[in-house]
Design a protein around this ligand. Structure first.
Ligand SMILES: [Ca+2]
Ligand SMILES: [Ca+2]
Length: 347
């Protein structure tokens, strides 16, 4: 019983010591880094040494999923760990004296294969129960160094998804404005049917037009804009141009987007292609100097502005929103001068 207690006491002391960070020297460890990569990309994973008590030879065997990764290159960091190297199934290193450096010891360069699954593909150094195999690393005295192995890997992330971006345009009430729908990360499409989505109390769709300079093919316009080519087109850029008439006496921001149903975009093999649609819109602001907001620029605006100034209306007053004709943040006589100039110059 006494013996058990003393063992327990010793264990408690060790726990306490390590809790205060007064542990013995750092234990030898090899940490494999984790890096992000897209499919098809080539990436480098580092094997980092810490707590190195001194070593003069190593034979490390990388372990990884060969269906996801192809090992392109192994390379010891001889700037920090000078010595002779040899690469085969294992990466072998030897030095003429014990090296006590810590840091990047070995780099492994992988290519992420086309059919790799999304997610982490583990990379480690061949080990037994989390420690390098006996004899994998030793010092000048041929003593085995028990390195703990912390696995890492390649985090294979979703490649950039095909995206359809609707532009945002600025205009005045009554204007005609064109909004473009552009493609990016286009994996190749042969046919598409897109339905413009907008607020018809603010905008009137007067024209749809595919950019056939970049996307040659046959087109048809109805409720949807339909495009079909004879082969896959992998271009990116302006795909569809929507022309709207902005209705009079409207103001503010209005959304414009495009919709498609599943199967409305496909490639030559009739495989469905999905695009993430980023909506855009039209930002409608009143004409500079249109103080009364009736979408025309005339003497009535001047009269309104003079009244606002005479009444000493604060700039925050809703009536004054369009009264800062020169845009300097205040409403004063300078705006009258600018407005007179604008009216004089208007047709
Ligand atoms: Ca006006
Ligand atoms: Ca002003």
């Amino acid at each position: 019983m006494k013996r058990f207690l003393s063992v327990l006491m010793a264990a408690l002391m060790l726990t306490t010591l390590s809790a205060f960070g007064i542990s013995a020297e750092e234990k030898p460890q090899m940490t494999v880094s984790t890096v992000e990569a897209n499919i098809g990309q080539t990436v480098t994973v580092n094997v980092i040494v810490s707590g190195n008590p001194g070593m003069c030879a190593a034979a490390l065997k990388p372990v990884y999923d060969k269906t996801a990764l192809e090992l392109v290159e192994m390379k010891f960091n001889t700037a920090l760990f000078s010595g002779n190297v040899k690469y085969g199934v294992k990466a072998v290193w030897s030095a003429s004296a014990d090296n006590v450096n810590n840091g990047i010891f070995l780099t492994l360069t992988f290519k992420v294969l086309d059919n790799a699954k999304i997610g982490i593909s583990e990379v480690t150094i061949d080990n037994t129960d989390g420690y390098l195999n006996y004899g994998a690393v030793c010092n000048r005295k041929e003593e085995n160094i028990k390195y703990k192995v912390v696995s890492g890997g390649v985090n294979i992330i979703e490649p950039n998804p095909p995206t359809m971006t609707v532009s945002t345009e600025n205009c005045f009430p009554g204007d005609t404005v064109t909004v473009s729908v552009s493609l990016s990360n286009n994996p190749g499409i042969m046919a598409a049917a897109l339905k413009p989505v907008y607020d018809d109390s603010v905008l009137e769709l007067i024209d749809m037009k595919f950019n056939t300079a970049l996307f040659s093919g046959n087109v048809k316009y109805g409720v949807k804009a339909v495009w079909a080519a004879s082969a896959d087109n992998v271009n990116n850029g302006e795909f569809l141009i929507l022309t709207f008439k902005v209705l009079d006496s409207t103001e503010g921001f209005t959304d414009v987007s495009v919709q498609y149903s599943y199967g409305d975009i496909c490639n030559f093999n009739t495989k469905v292609v999905n695009f993430i649609v980023t909506a855009g819109g039209v930002n409608i602001s009143k004409k500079p100097g249109d103080v009364n907001g009736d979408n025309s620029l005339d003497a009535r605006d001047l009269s309104r502005l003079m009244r606002l100034i005479a009444d000493d209306k604060g700039f925050d007053d809703p009536e004054c929103i369009n009264a800062d004709v020169n845009g300097d943040g205040t409403v004063n006589a300078k705006d009258i001068a600018r407005l007179m100039k604008l009216i004089a110059e208007s047709e």
